[in-house]
Design a protein around this ligand. Structure first.
Ligand code: FAD
Ligand code: 2HG
Ligand code: ZN
Length: 482
């Protein structure tokens, strides 16, 4: 005898019984507006959910997953919904539930001797940073979206950010996970161990799986000592080659003190200047590239400043910097970082665009940029390139803005696929990756089979089929089909 699947109304009733009626939202509710959960951050896609479900603890997540599995109902995990690749919103079928993790936002524990913090998946990154700081530690994951992205989403995408050059991606900062499997079982993997060689590395399998292999409900993350001083400099550099040379010098002179190395192209900065003139972008008009550097020092500010000044003097002498400013105080430093973090928003103001979050070996980036810029100019007359990113990690946001005055929708329709193909072919040629940070989501899912090693893809499919044989967890993301 086969068990009857509950119909959607029965499922909604079950979910309300599990999470409480107020925490299961549907389109049938009076005055319902599910758009915050259905619309992606870039407004590329608007889905339609069967329901938005907001569990309050891990047991509820497990019960929700069991109920959905029994009803063969797909689940789209969602954190802060700041993802840039359409990975955390439902499709338009009206059959998927959004599992919003934001109610699960507690800091469960801080272990100062073990240098760890354990938080629930819906904890907003900025709150995690603050909890660490209040306990006298640094949690060194940082990015423009930190006021709304969650640690669960950061782990789901293995997000990067601006301090990866020193501390690594989210993966490198994670020691343990608690995960609800596709069957609704709970994996209690919240270890704070730095060494554990007891078989397959399930933690690292879950990290970066974009909600397709399990639902992360909590994580144990690494803490670091707060630096004694942190200084920020902004340097104008005459070319991308010079920026790479400056990176080498900065590694040499600052060692582990180098905690940020961001490059920003002139057009990217011109957009910040155009849309946010009050931010007063320095040095951009006279230089094709600017670099933002951060020096975190374990001694004191005087030591940090003298190290920084010596680095910049050497760079001026070597010709890889043409001008530079060092922030005098924290307010100025924050202002410089704010300019960098405003590029994404300035691009939104300017209109629709095509994003790429590629990585290339640092040594090949100057040749990649020169060659790809030239190819794109031939393919898209009047193309405007918004190049910036985490040069210290070999990670460029090689973004393509529609020509001046062009209709954004028409630009995407006519050029998105061609531009993606051109850029990704170049990435392949230069031994890079088509996603360094934002993940595959839905936007790159069709391209992955063209650029990923076929054996790796086959292993990925096998893992997905073994862990989620019903294909209920975020179907159609990362892998198009099983
Ligand atoms: P969501 O957008 O809600 O989800 C992202 C993915 O993770 C989805 O596939 C979702 O299904 C999955 N997911 C969410 N929660 C869970 C969970 N608990 N368990 C399993 N899967 C889950 N990214 C960078 O890497 N570096 C940057 O510097 C950076 N800067 C940004 C700046 C701006 C202004 C914006 C808007 C975005 C930026 N991003 C950056 C992208 C984005 O912030 C990150 O991808 C972030 O990790 C997403 O977190 P989120 O909580 O918003 O996740
Ligand atoms: C950043 O580095 C983010 O600021 C967003 O990864 C990049 O807007 C983008 O393309
Ligand atoms: Zn980035």
């Amino acid at each position: 005898m086969t068990a009857l699947k509950p119909n959607p109304h029965e499922l909604i009733a079950q979910l309300r019984a599990i999470c409480g009626p107020a925490n299961v939202l549907t389109h049938e509710d009076p005055g319902a507006d599910l758009s915050p959960w259905e619309q992606d951050w870039r407004k590329r896609v608007r889905g339609r959910a069967l329901a938005v479900v907001r569990p309050g603890d891990t047991a509820q997540v497990a019960a929700v997953v069991k109920a959905c599995a029994a009803a063969s109902t797909p689940i789209v995990p969602q954190g802060g919904n700041t993802g840039l690749v359409v990975g955390g919103v439902p499709d338009d079928s009206g059959t998927q539930i959004v599992l919003s993790m934001t109610r699960m936002n507690a800091v469960r524990a801080i272990d100062p001797d073990n240098l760890t913090i354990t938080v629930e998946a819906g904890c907003v990154l900025q709150n995690l940073q603050l909890a660490a700081e209040n306990a006298g530690f640094l949690f060194p994951l940082s990015r423009g979206a930190e006021g709304s992205c969650t640690i669960g989403g950061n782990l789901g995408t293995n997000a990067g950010g601006t301090q990866v050059v020193r501390y690594g991606n989210t993966r490198e900062l994670c020691l343990g996970l608690e995960v609800v499997t596709a069957q609704g079982e709970i994996w209690h993997g919240l270890t704070g161990l730095r060494k554990d060689n007891t078989g397959y590395d399930l933690r690292n399998l879950m990290i970066g799986s974009e909600g397709t292999l399990g639902i992360i409900t909590a994580a144990t993350m690494k803490l670091y000592p707060l630096p004694a001083a942190q200084l920020t400099a902004w340097a104008a550099v005459p070319s991308m080659e010079a920026a790479v040379q400056l990176l080498g010098l900065a590694h040499q002179r600052l060692g582990p003190g180098l905690t940020g190395f961001e490059v920003m192209g002139q057009f990217a900065l011109s957009l910040v200047d155009k849309h946010y003139p009050h931010l007063r972008v320095p040095l951009w008009q006279t230089s094709p590239w600017c670099v933002l550097l951060e020096n975190s020092d374990s001694e004191n500010e005087t030591h940090a400043r003298s190290q920084f000044e010596a680095l910049l003097e050497a760079a001026l002498e070597a010709g890889c910097v043409s001008d530079a400013v060092v922030a005098e105080n924290l307010t100025q430093a924050r202002g410089l970082w704010h300019i960098r973090e405003s590029i994404t928003l300035a691009q939104v103001q300017e209109g629709l665009n095509i994003k790429h979050d590629i990585s290339i070996p640092v040594s090949l980036i100057p040749a990649f940029v020169a060659e790809t810029d030239a190819l794109l100019a031939l393919e898209v007359p009047g193309v405007r390139l918004v190049d910036f990113g985490h040069l210290g990690d070999g990670n460029l946001h090689y973004n393509v803005q529609a020509p001046e005055g062009a209709d954004g929708q028409a630009f995407l329709r006519d050029f998105e696929d061609k531009v993606n193909t051109l850029v990704f072919d170049q990435v392949l040629k230069f031994k890079g990756s088509i996603s360094a940070e934002h993940g595959v989501g839905e936007l790159k899912v069709g391209k992955l089979p063209l650029y990923k090693d076929p054996t790796a893809l086959a292993m990925m499919r096998a893992v997905k089929a073994a862990l989620d044989p019903q294909n209920l967890l975020n179907p159609g993301r990362v892998l198009e089909t099983l």
